[in-house]
Design a protein around this ligand. Structure first.
Ligand SMILES: [Zn+2]
Length: 259
């Protein structure tokens, strides 16, 4: 059964468990927002124990400067934790509960503050559009596991890995569950809007994906391998950049984040 059919049936069976995403797509939710937040909190704590953390003050200051500028314009005001992991792969992620993780390897591909803002805007959009909530819900439905607490307590095993993958931490926990193309496009469009309002040049998002494509000659970076094709992405960005340029021009803040 295709994923879409599956979702349509799941939504039909559990009508009350469906909601509309920011751009109007129906998605399945079987777990509450506060449960998602604690799931995000706990998985991020697990991750901090598992992966080496970058301590360099200049690198941390730079990443925090970009991340804070993005999170300051989000519709929902909350505190976001930003952690830089000492890891060579070009990756970044955001999880519910307000946590952003950036691998040091990403800074070689996202070469400017605006390019880094494009990645972080995109990742934070996945959380705000509740893609992780929809993915965890699908995972709970397909595996028949409804007691998240029990899975979390395992700290290993396939159910735990799948839950982490649904949260968007697949690369870190051994299994990747790519987002759907619709989720990726939605995160691209919302991410462009955030970066524009935060005062980062949206046109730099195209250069970021070009760098990603270049870096992926040979083995593709983990971050990119879970995303749609280069051409598809550049097409979407090209269509939406003109729509957010007025917001960029009107933005009060012009971040100057430097290492
Ligand atoms: Zn994505």
């Amino acid at each position: 059964m295709s994923r879409l059919n599956f979702l349509a049936i799941a939504c039909f069976v559990a009508l009350s468990a469906c909601q509309t995403s920011p751009t109007g797509r129906r998605q399945l939710v079987l777990i509450s927002e506060s449960q998602m937040d604690s799931l995000g909190d706990q998985s991020f704590e697990d991750l901090k124990k598992k992966m080496p953390i970058e301590k360099d003050a200049a690198i941390n200051g730079y990443v925090k400067c970009v991340a804070d500028s993005i999170t300051a314009v989000l519709p929902e005001k909350r505190k976001w934790e930003v952690v830089v992991f000492k890891e060579d792969s070009a990756n970044a992620f955001a999880v519910p509960g307000g946590h952003i993780g950036v691998h040091t390897g990403l800074l070689k591909v996202a070469k400017t503050q605006d390019q880094l803002a494009a990645v972080l805007g995109h990742e934070v959009a996945h959380v705000l559009a509740e893609h992780s909530r929809a993915r965890v819900s699908e995972q709970l439905l397909t595996t028949g596991v409804l007691a998240v607490g029990g899975v979390l307590a395992q700290k290993d095993g396939r159910d735990y890995q799948l839950l982490m993958a649904a949260l968007g931490l697949g690369a870190q926990f051994g299994i990747t569950l790519p987002n759907s193309r619709a989720q990726e496009t939605e995160a691209d469009v919302m991410g462009l809007d955030y970066m524009a309002r935060a005062g980062f040049n949206p046109e730099e998002s195209v250069r970021l994906w070009e760098n990603m494509a270049q870096a992926s000659q040979g083995a593709p970076p983990e971050f990119m391998s879970t995303h749609p094709s280069h051409g598809t992405r550049i097409g979407t960005l090209g269509k939406y950049i003109p729509k957010v340029m007025p917001e960029y021009r009107a933005a009060k803040n012009r971040p100057r984040c430097k290492i």
